[in-house]
Structure formats: C-alpha cells, structure tokens
Design a protein around this ligand. Structure first.
Ligand code: COI
Length: 354
C-alpha cells in the first residue's frame, strides 16, 4: 500500500468543529473542515490537495451536470474507546468504486490512491470522528467528469474528491416500505450494480410518490415482470423467513453491498441458514400471511441495519412482528457496531486503523 503521496495541504483558517453537536446529528448536514481533491488530466491523477471544505467552480457545460458521469462511495470511520480511528472495510469500497468507474467509463482511482488519500484526510480531521454510540464519520469519495463539453463522449478530465460528515442513524425509526411494481430501478445489462449518480436520481420520483402515500422507502422489484424482490432505494434488503435469511443475489441489477456481505458472513458463522436467491413477491406474501416472516431489514453503510416494520403491496399494508421481539437484526447491528468500534476482536480483518 502507498503510505504517502504528494498531497499538498492547505489548513482551514478556522475549525468549524464547535458548531457541531454530537448529541444532535442529522445525516449529511454538516461537513468536516477539510476535503481531499485530485484532478485527472492527460492520463494521470495529479494536483492532489487537502484543503478547506468548500464550493467548487465548474463550467455550466460541465459534462457531469448534463450526463451524470459520476460514481461515489460511502463508508464510515468510528472512534474506539481508546481514541483510535477505525474505518470499516475501506478496501472493499475502493474495489467497488473501481468497478463502478469502469462501468461509467471513468478512469479508476487505484485502491492504493483511495486508501492513502482517505487515510491522510482522516489523520487531519480525526477530531471530527464522533464517539457517541450510533454515531460515526461518514466518508464520501466521489469521482466525476470535468470537461466543459456538452457533446456525448466520456470526459477527458475528472475530479476525485473525498469529504466527510459526522452522522447518526440514517433512519431513526423502523421503516415502512412499499413494493414497487410499476417503475424499474435497474435492468440486466444496465448500471444497477454501479454506485453511480443516475441510479439515485431515477429513483427519486417513484420514491417521492411512495412517500406521499406514507412510506419511507421502496423495495424495487425486477425490471422484467416485477415479480422478484431486488433492493431498496437506500440499502439492500434481507428477510428472515422461518429462520432462513434470504436476500437477492447480487448481479447486474443489485448493488454489491459491503454491509450486506458482512452480515451474511456473520449470519453464516452463527449457523443461520443463508440463501442468496431470488425471492418472489408471491413467496414473501405467503410467508407474511402464514406468520413465517420473522424479520425484514435494510442493510447499508448509511442505514446500517434498518428494521422494516411494515410492507405495502398493491394497496394493502402488512405489519411485521413487533421489532422488540426480533433477535437477529439487533444482534447483527450490535455485533457490527462492536467490530467497528474495536470492542470485539476483528477476526475478519475488516477494520482499518488510521
Ligand atoms: C450509503 O449507504 O453509503 C449510501 O450511499 C446510500 C445513501 C442512502 C446515503
């Protein structure tokens, strides 16, 4: 791994850290003092700098504004009891970003560059990592085309940035979801598996309609017949049916979630039957109606483990057993938290210490 790169540093004249209240953090509203930035020009990443978090200056013709050539990641740093800063599985995010970049014709940021630049930024802004249970420093790497050109072709120049934000829970309460059977998030051969801007933009309108009906989020279904469960707009989803943990297999249309992989690993180690397979709405309804759906939850970096309290389908709402009676989701959440904050031994090598 590259330990150091040639990264210039412009320190913020004034730290805003006193403006943030660890006891009252909303997701994505406050950003730490510095950000990392690099530019890709003539085949190389250069002009690497950590500088005060601030606005960018871009051309109105910036290709990303028009055509969405952008990929991003989301990962978290936590503070251990002894003050150490621990990042959860950053190498996996770096590798996923490379895959997303390839799909979107963006020159990938190498795993080494991702790790070294993130490490440097976190060393500088380490005081921004909150310590209260349930809080963390969310890290947002993003890479996008910079050409001032409105013709359609891959950009020649790119920006790669990392900035961070102290966060609490994305969902503070168990969520209500609606199974979407009209709109489509992703299709085979498309970009559903890439963490790219347009996937989220395209989901906004259907999600807004569902929110007007009182749901927090959608559960997307396959784009062919809307028959099989895929993922939610902000997270992967899993169902505990009669003791078996079932989640859709990753592939073209589903984001390869790092939290998803982590909880499947833990569940398997605990002897729980895990099935990565297509789950039809029909089978989910049978499980609900026969009382066999024990738990259902979203899984993501921002969302962590988000219990689902009710599922809407074709105009009817189906309530799950009270979250207080669940065992698996709370145990997964606690174990993940304990690993992320260094309370238990990291036997999987998931924790990266700054
Ligand atoms: C994440 O979980 O990191 C995401 O990018 C999802 C988004 C809802 C914040």
């Amino acid at each position: 791994m590259i330990e150091t790169l040639d990264i210039a540093f412009e320190r913020a004249g004034h730290s805003r850290i006193t403006e943030f209240d660890e006891n009252n953090i909303q997701f994505g509203k406050v950003y730490s003092d510095h950000m990392f930035m690099a530019h890709f020009k003539k085949g190389y990443w250069k002009d690497m700098v950590i500088k005060p978090f601030g606005n960018l200056s871009i051309s109105p013709a910036n290709t990303t504004l028009h055509y969405g050539q952008s990929v991003f990641e989301g990962l978290k740093a936590n503070r251990a009891k002894n003050g150490d800063i621990l990042v959860f599985r950053p190498e996996a995010n770096a590798r996923r970003m490379i895959k997303s970049a390839e799909r979107m014709c963006i020159p990938p940021v190498s795993e080494e560059m991702f790790m070294a630049t993130m490490t440097e930024l976190l060393r500088i802004d380490r005081d921004w990592v909150p310590s209260k249970p349930g809080t963390s420093l969310y890290i947002r790497p993003v890479c996008f085309g910079m050409d001032p050109y409105i013709g359609i072709r891959p950009s020649e120049e790119y920006a790669f940035m990392i900035f961070t934000s102290p966060v609490g829970a994305y969902y503070t309460e168990p969520v209500t979801v609606k199974i979407e059977t009209h709109f489509t998030r992703a299709a085979a051969g498309g970009v559903g598996a890439a963490k790219t801007a347009g996937n989220y933009a395209a989901a906004l309108y259907p999600a807004t309609l569902a929110q007007k009906e009182g749901y927090n989020q959608l559960i997307w279904t396959d784009g062919v017949h809307h028959e099989y469960i895929e993922e939610s707009g902000t997270m992967n989803v899993a169902f505990l049916i009669d003791g078996t943990l079932i989640t859709a297999p990753t592939g073209d249309t589903i984001l390869n979630g790092i939290t998803r992989d982590s909880i499947l690993t833990l569940a398997r180690e605990w002897g729980i039957e895990v099935e990565e397979r297509k789950l039809s709405i029909k089978d989910l309804m049978i499980a609900i109606n026969s009382g066999n759906l024990n738990e259902a939850f979203g899984i993501g970096t921002a969302a962590t483990i988000a219990p689902i309290k009710s599922i809407g389908y074709e105009g009817a709402d189906y309530n799950l057993p009270s979250v207080d009676s669940w065992e698996l989701a709370p145990k997964l959440l606690k174990t993940l938290d304990d690993i992320k904050t260094g309370k238990v031994e990291d036997v999987h090598g998931w924790v990266y210490r700054i």
